[in-house]
Design a binder for this molecule. Structure first.
Ligand SMILES: NC(=O)c1ccc[n+]([C@@H]2O[C@H](COP(=O)([O-])OP(=O)(O)OC[C@H]3O[C@@H](n4cnc5c(N)ncnc54)[C@H](OP(=O)(O)O)[C@@H]3O)[C@@H](O)[C@H]2O)c1
Length: 236
């Protein structure tokens, strides 16, 4: 992995990903909205920045050219198919064989086998209706974007984030295939570590065609699972 594009580089998740990529010595191209260029001024000289909406096909085509990996922040803003436009442009223009990593939340399901806590389902229904009434967000469009990614024959990974919090890194989050698996019960991840997982996925081929749901590695549910697996190892 040498050259990486970050689509949505100016957001909180995007900026953490920029830093993790630079730490690994990758050459970084970032895409962000024109009005947000200033948020990345501390990276001037360290990254190439292409201003533009992330669903702008010509901008994405230019940004992903020659990249070995593309990290995409998929956001359901507005009612003009922002998520699908962004995902489709990345799928269409990334070079064949490039690693494509997309962000979303636990609400996305790949195979319908996720078991959601009642509180999460309630929040999702609320966000759905608020989005419809205010026309500010479109969760259905993020669902459709992920459906297209899952159906594509690119080397994709869709990273499904739990609730997020700020704070210092605790290390690489743990993951499971389905929301509802006990290891994920704590439902919290440091945002900096969500970014770390996205960037680490670029070089983890085991995650190709997976939609890992993640949780912080120091959370009670992750630690309990670790204790349980080491107990099983000792008993065998
Ligand atoms: N927040 C959570 O609790 C949570 C939980 C699980 C998963 N996730 C996932 O994590 C990812 C990042 O989420 P985040 O909450 O951490 O936010 P974030 O990193 O701050 O990213 C927000 C992104 O949305 C862009 N944006 C904001 N307003 C916009 C608008 N009106 N039109 C177009 N783009 C707009 C921002 O660009 P600018 O810099 O240009 O504003 C930025 O790239 C998403 O994929 C989300 O589904 C979030």
């Amino acid at each position: 992995m040498k050259k990486v594009c970050i689509v949505g580089a100016s957001g909180k998740l995007g900026q953490y990903m920029v830093q993790h990529c630079l730490n690994r010595g990758y050459e970084v191209t970032g895409v962000c909205r024109e009005r947000s260029v200033g948020k990345l001024e501390h990276y001037i000289g360290q990254i190439t920045l292409l201003p533009g909406d992330t669903n702008h096909r010509a901008v994405i085509q230019k940004a992903v050219a020659g990249c070995d990996g593309v990290l995409t922040v998929l956001v359901p803003w507005g009612r003009h198919h922002y998520s699908t436009g962004t995902a489709q442009a990345v799928l269409d223009y990334a070079r064949p064989g490039a690693r494509l990593i997309f962000s979303c939340g636990w609400h996305i399901t790949r195979d319908g086998q996720d078991v959601y806590p009642a509180s999460l389902k309630r929040d999702e229904i609320l966000a759905h209706w608020i989005g419809r009434l205010t026309r500010l967000i479109d969760l259905d469009d993020q669902v459709e974007a992920c459906r297209r990614i899952f159906a594509s024959n690119t080397r994709w990974t869709v990273v499904r984030g739990s609730d997020l919090e700020e704070g210092e890194s605790q290390g690489l989050p743990v993951w499971s295939r389905h929301v509802g698996d006990p290891i994920l019960a704590s439902n919290i991840t440091r945002r900096v570590d969500y970014a770390l997982f996205m960037v680490a996925a670029l070089e983890n081929d085991e995650l190709i065609h997976e939609a890992p749901a993640i949780v912080g590695c120091q959370t009670p549910s992750a630690l309990a699972h670790q204790d349980q697996s080491s107990r099983i190892r000792q008993e065998t």
